[in-house]
Structure formats: C-alpha cells, structure tokens
Design a protein around this ligand. Sequence first.
Ligand SMILES: Nc1ncnc2c1ncn2[C@@H]1O[C@H](COP(=O)(O)OP(=O)(O)OP(=O)(O)O)[C@@H](O)[C@H]1O
Ligand SMILES: [Mg+2]
Length: 294
Amino acid sequence: MARIECPECGHVEETTGLVTICPNCKADLRNVMAEMGHRRETLREVTGDDSMTTHEFIVRTKDLHKIYVMGEVEVPALKGVEVNIRRGEYLSIMGPSGSGKSTLFNMVGGLDKPTKGTCFIEEVDMAQLDAFELAWLRCRKIGYIFQTFNLIPVMTALENVTLPMIFAGMSSDEMMERGALLLDLVGLGDRLHHKPYELSGGQQQRVAVARSLANNPAIILADEPTGNLDLQTGKEIIDLLKELNEESGVTVISATHDLKMIDVSDRVIHIRDGQIERVENRADIDLEVGTLGV
Ligand SMILES: Nc1ncnc2c1ncn2[C@@H]1O[C@H](COP(=O)(O)OP(=O)(O)OP(=O)(O)O)[C@@H](O)[C@H]1O
Ligand SMILES: [Mg+2]
C-alpha cells in the first residue's frame, strides 16, 4: 500500500495502484506519482541494488505453479515451470490450447499471482513488491500485447498509445510527441486520430504494438499477437516485433500457435499440460529447417 499526499489540499490517499487525480480536490497527481517512482529507482541506485539493470536473465521463474480453484474443482494450469529468459532474447512459447501459456504470461507480467514458486523480473522477486511497486514495474518495464488488441474503443490511436504514459507521469507535450513517433514507427503516422473501429485488424494490432512501447519497456509480452489476423498481416506483425527486438534490444516473449514465429525466435519453449515439454534453440531450429529443405 502506498500513501499519496495531494500537494494542493493535503488529502492522503492510501492506494494499491496508480492514482492520477486527487479524489478530494481533483488536482493532477501524476507528478507526485512519477516522483515516488523515480525516488524508488534512485533509492535502488544509491543503495547499490543494480538488480534492475545488469542481470543476465531478465525473467526467471522457479518452480512456478498455478492452481485455479473453481468451487470444489481445482484446475492445475502450471506444474513447476522453470524458465530463464535472457535480456534481448526473442522467445516463443508454443503449446496446445489450454496448456498454460496465458497463465504463464499472467504470472510473468504480474497480472496474477502464482500458487507456489517464484517469478523474478531482473532478479526482483515479484512477490516481494508492494502494490505500488508492482504497478510501477508493470507500467515501466513491461509492454503487453493481446490477441484481441484490447484497445479502448472510444479513444483515438494516439490516445490509446499515450494512455500508459499518463500513468508514468509524462507531460502532455512529451506524450503527444512520443505517441506520434511510436505510431510512425509502426507505420501509422497518418492514422493518429483514427478510432479502433476505423482501423483494420492489422492496424489495430500495430497500435497495440506502439502502445506496448509507450514507456520504453524492457520486456514485451505478446499473448497470441497474430491469433486474430490473416496470414500476411500476422507476418507483418511478427516482422515488426522482430525488428523492434533487434534494433532496440527489447526482450520479446510471445505465446503462439503460429509456426511463422519459429523462424524469428531465438528459442522456442514447448509447453504441454502446464509443464515444459522441450526447448529448441535457434541452432536446432536452423538445422531442422535445413533438413526439411525449406
Ligand atoms: N481464470 C481461470 N479460472 C479457472 N481455470 C482457468 C482460468 N484461466 C485458465 N484456466 C484453465 O487453466 C488451463 C490453462 O489455461 P490457459 O489460458 O493458460 O491456456 P493457453 O495455453 O493460453 O490456451 P489458449 O491457447 O487456448 O489461449 C486451462 O485448462 C484453462 O481452462
Ligand atoms: Mg491463451
């Protein structure tokens, strides 16, 4: 629980998330939130905790279990998953429907908590973070892309992309400039003011890719990013993610059924019934493709 004090009226808000407007006097609290975040980052620097920057593995899970409880029934979705993901890696997670891909994503992305086991982001144990720190980590370190795009329908492309920047405490001018830049980067420089229903599926997913980059994350988590797209458009999104991965060094972790993803992946983790079945490295994949004469 974090305590946010409004600089205008002195109202103190106890919060488990991010508060951008004072519930009492409606003052803008983004700067206060941003300062708290910076203070914590600075604190880590001055206390010599360099865990947020230099570790080889950007994500590590240890004996990760998730059991969903539905009344009397327990559904074991993850059964002891251990993965080490390197900074800058492009990793695909493949597996049949119901194998636990989205569940794993929700744990790594801090959207849900494991029943047992640990998930580290840059060697920080997510279970040890308070709600504010977790919200901060999610906002600043991770960009999310979903199968169904998850754009806000009443907002324009630019507003969708800049939304996460509000939570990071960026100024309006900075937000507009960066939002336009990101949309340009994904090839939508001429669609800034279009709403999602005025865009094609592929364009909507491009907006979602731009949004995932809003706060310059270290990790992009993409859950079936091509699941709702036709072959060609899906390929364009994969190529875009690969380009971002190569040029900016962002780590891409993508759950997929899509065999096209294999071509661009450094590693493919196959998961079945909540467990890792096998792991393929780039070299093995090249070999297999070569053997097939493709
Ligand atoms: N919120 C939930 N409550 C109960 N059971 C759930 C919940 N979410 C997922 N499950 C179950 O957990 C298992 C893993 O589901 P998950 O969504 O992680 O699979 P997935 O690999 O992402 O599948 P898909 O490829 O269809 O998206 C499934 O058996 C599913 O029914
Ligand atoms: Mg899924």
